[in-house]
Design a binder for this molecule. Structure first.
Ligand code: ADP
Ligand code: ZN
Length: 436
């Protein structure tokens, strides 16, 4: 398999050279951080009054963490390191877990981001002849403009469709011969349901690849998307605090996402003890920007859980791979005392034949016990089939989920296209338990 590169010298830099680059850029990031009101207040108190305090990579751990709440408190300009006139754009997070956070960018920051994002998409094997339909929301959310700029600068034709309006998406795809899409995985599954309802044959489309990002999804969901749409799906991880898409991306081998370590210093920590985990173990990702001017961030706690894949990738890139993101620490549900991640339930649903595109996990309190109701769409075929086949499906799901999460769920099967769909990130959990 070919492994195309955008910036081969950097993408294949030796680990020793990468480490030296990281140390030098960590120091310049500290210089930059000390220009912001937030870090100017915080860093000297911890003995990091100048970049000389960082003599070796191990000194990184002397720097205090930065949290999402810190960013919220610093809103709007507390983390700005440059003259406001040098800022050319702002973006915010989606606000999934509260007030959005803001990140400022200079022109050089936007250039650097576009470069990282081009590296990312080129690693999947796209060429300038591809036609790119961006089905992510445009605006303050980074999913839209982030890859838009990259694809355009690389030289693909870009269709800035934005999210939603599925029938128009299909028409654009047919009329302009779209070959690559960028979408949240949940929307692409819904998109496929509409394709089927509209009677569009797969052969009417030229689609061959999808960049899948912005929300947790299981390997089984990727496979399902690939099989239904006859395409290759590439996992893309990004967060607005680290620019947006283009932080970590899968290459043609689709075995984990290369994180661009010349631009980001990544640590994996135990979220309880805050100590680094052993290489290859799962923990919370902590990011330090190495190249950003306007909003330098030091040891930013993402709350995202993942692990590094220690083995090198067959493509030859030296930048390490992150395994699929399991979810955020705050996605964890405690159900009758048992810790459950929605992704555990998704993995079961998406590997089961007859299950459709969309699902919802509802939590209720009955007497003093928590009750889990898993509502899932089934395929049109299964829905029109025999009653006893649906009952069997329910039984099988119930027992598989019970084995995985140790709780006996109620299962509700729904007709295709009837559960609520979100155009952006899917909302999978409705917690109706009373708060204490
Ligand atoms: P918010 O933090 O408000 O959701 P962002 O738009 O910055 O706003 O979203 C970034 C977050 O989305 C990440 O921190 C992560 O939780 C999630 N995310 C992004 N890409 C992926 C991915 N490929 N797999 C799993 N989760 C992802
Ligand atoms: Zn690779």
């Amino acid at each position: 398999m070919d492994a195309p590169f955008w910036n081969k010298p950097v993408e294949t830099l030796s680990r020793a050279d990468l480490a030296a680059h990281q140390l030098a850029h960590l120091r310049s990031t500290i210089v930059q951080a000390l220009k912001t009101p937030f870090y100017r207040e915080r860093l000297p108190k911890t003995g990091i009054g100048d970049p000389g305090a960082i003599a070796s990579p191990g000194d990184l751990r002397r720097i205090p963490f930065t949290t999402k709440d810190d960013l919220r408190r610093a809103y709007p300009n507390g983390l700005l390191a440059v003259d406001p006139e040098a800022v050319v754009r702002i973006h915010t997070s989606s606000g999934t877990t509260g007030t959005p956070t803001v990140i400022h960018h200079t022109a050089a920051d936007i250039d650097c981001w576009a470069d990282l994002a081009i590296r990312s998409i080129v690693a999947t094997g796209v060429t300038r002849r591809d036609v790119f339909q961006n089905m992510m929301t445009y605006g303050l959310f980074t999913g839209g403009l982030g890859l838009h700029y990259a694809a355009e600068r690389f030289g693909m034709m870009v269709i800035p469709a934005g999210s939603g309006n599925t029938k128009r998406q299909i028409k654009l795809m047919k009329d302009f011969g779209t070959t690559v899409v960028h979408s949240v995985p949940s929307y692409l599954l819904h998109f496929n349901t509409v394709l089927e309802q509209e009677g569009v044959r797969r052969a009417d489309l030229r689609l061959s690849k999808a960049f899948l990002g912005a929300e947790p999804h299981s390997e089984n969901t990727r496979r399902k998307i690939e099989e239904l749409l006859h395409i290759d799906g590439y996992n893309s991880y990004g967060l607005s605090e680290m620019n947006g898409p283009g932080v970590a991306f899968e290459c043609v081998h689709k075995t984990g996402m290369h994180v661009w370590e010349d631009a980001y210093l990544v640590e994996v920590i135990d979220p309880e003890t805050l100590e680094p985990v052993i290489d290859g173990e799962e923990g919370e990702l902590v990011f330090t920007t190495l190249r950003r001017q306007a909003t330098p961030l030091l040891r930013y706690r993402t709350r995202d859980l993942a692990r590094f894949i220690p083995e090198p990738c067959a493509c030859g890139r030296t930048h390490r791979r992150l395994d699929r993101i399991k979810g955020r620490t705050d996605d964890m549900l405690i159900i009758n005392g048992v810790n459950v991640y929605p992704s555990q339930i998704e993995t079961i649903l998406m590997r089961t034949a007859g299950i459709g595109a969309n699902y919802l996990i509802v939590l209720e309190k009955q007497d003093s016990l928590d009750k889990v109701i898993v509502k899932t769409e089934v395929t049109a075929e299964r829905f029109a089939g025999e009653f006893h086949a649906l009952e069997e499906l329910k039984c099988s799901l119930r027992s598989q989920i019970k084995t995985e999460i140790l709780i006996n769920p109620a299962i509700e099967l729904h007709e295709p296209g009837t559960l609520p769909v979100s155009e952006g990130k899917a909302k999978r959990v409705v917690d109706q338990r009373p708060e204490f």
